[in-house]
Write a protein that binds this ligand. Structure first.
Ligand code: ZN
Length: 410
């Protein structure tokens, strides 16, 4: 019996080693940095890892580190890809979080290549094994209001996250790398049933799942509500997609970029309004109303970081309507509103939305499957893919706002 199971383990190891070896060979052509790997040890895992370290503003250097030991509660993951977030772009540009030297990248996904003996299940209770595809959420030490997945009383707030940690002796702390060491106490999800592009989109999609959950608490957002989505960057576009999967199809997209508005319609907005084609807030409001066939919106999602856009959006909403503000991930300054006209007289219900809960993370996996099933062009959100050694270029493209979601793919 023992002999047999050992044998099977050997075979599995060999097969896995072959698979990992092939994958490494495939990616070596696009990621020259990975070629530096030489010796291999346990099950095809190289003895060196490569991590893009931001060493000064606007400068990543792909550094080589020894592959760390995997502790009893740790998981070693071979990185397949990672989205570039606005947060990465801010840190790249000016180091506002004071983290340099830092391994960035928090929208990552990859395959488990080794796990400690105590690791059995993911944060939702699903089993974990070598070969499974995973994403991490946040790292929690001792906040039961967040870590109790079934109750999940609180969003993840300012918890630690891989890709925004101070550098340490292990160095494998961010997803802009070829390997990452997920340490005990981190949340991790088995997402083997999602393809790579979907997995790269999980984190930004979770932001919208949460925003829509917040919107639903108002009781105003219903099946077939009239909804304005203002701002058609990745966040606004994903917002439209989430609404579509909920049976809301009466959506008007507002933005100043014709190309993004065209994509919003492809994603399922029934109509779009380019504010650059309008003359002042009254004219813009009339355009929005016309787009709904002469009605104001029941509900609005504010997905830009512009205070002026926040001021404007109240005008689009009907009496008794609702608003979800989720655009301000960073402080964009104060917005002017008229409490008499905008809030009291209209009896508008407003909610704010900030990141997500762990439950939203799990809901996101189902959203991604459903969006695919109803044919939404989610994958077109990833407009650029760069290998790890071109990470500086990837961040520059992101800063120029040339595409939508930029991804590093190994
Ligand atoms: Zn992010």
């Amino acid at each position: 019996m023992d002999y047999q199971s050992q044998n099977i383990e050997e075979i599995v190891k060999k097969v896995l080693a072959g698979m990992i070896g092939d994958a490494a060979a495939d990616s070596a052509s696009s990621v020259p940095a990975a070629k530096v790997s030489t010796g291999k040890n346990n099950g095809g895992i190289p003895d060196k890892a490569h991590v893009a370290i931001l060493v000064e503003p606007e400068k990543f250097v792909v550094k080589e580190f020894p592959m760390p030991a995997v502790g009893d509660d740790d998981i070693l993951v071979r990185v397949e890809g990672c989205g570039v977030c606005g947060t990465d772009a801010h840190e790249f540009k000016r180091d506002p979080f004071g983290l340099i030297p830092v391994a960035l990248g928090h929208e990552g996904t990859g395959e488990i290549v080794k796990m400690g003996k105590n690791v059995q299940k993911d944060s939702a209770g699903k089993s974990l094994a070598v070969g499974d595809k995973v994403v991490t959420c946040m790292i929690f030490k001792d906040n039961p209001d967040i870590t109790m997945f079934d109750l999940n009383k609180q969003n993840v707030g300012g918890a630690d996250v891989y890709g925004l940690l101070p550098d340490d002796d292990i160095h494998l702390n961010g997803w802009f790398a070829d390997y990452i060491l997920v340490r005990g106490g981190s949340t991790i999800f088995n997402v083997s049933d999602l393809d790579l592009d979907s997995r790269i989109l999980i984190e930004p999609c979770a932001v919208l799942i949460h925003a829509v959950e917040r919107a639903k608490t108002t009781g105003i957002l219903r099946f077939n509500s009239r909804v304005v989505v203002q701002g058609c960057g990745p966040i606004g576009l994903i917002c439209i997609a989430v609404l579509r999967t909920m049976g809301i199809e009466n959506i008007v997209a507002v933005d100043g970029n014709a190309q993004r508005l065209a994509f919003a319609k492809e994603m399922g907005a029934g109509a779009s309004v380019n504010f650059k084609d309008t003359n002042g807030i009254e004219d813009l409001t009339n355009h929005v109303k016309d787009a709904f066939g002469g009605y104001f919106a029941d509900f609005a999602f504010q997905c830009t970081g512009s205070p002026a856009a926040h001021s404007n959006i109240y005008k689009f909403i009907r009496n008794g309507g609702g608003l979800c503000e989720l655009g301000f991930f960073i402080n964009g300054g104060d917005a002017t509103i008229n409490p008499h006209f905008d809030i009291c007289a209209k009896e508008i219900t407003t909610v704010g939305s900030w990141v997500y809960t762990l439950r939203d993370y799990a809901t996101t996996f189902d959203f991604l499957k459903r969006s695919q099933a109803i044919g939404l062009p989610m994958k077109k959100l990833i407009t650029h893919k760069f290998p790890l050694n071109e990470i500086n270029k990837a961040l520059e493209v992101n800063l120029k706002q040339e595409g939508l979601k930029i991804a590093i793919v190994n």
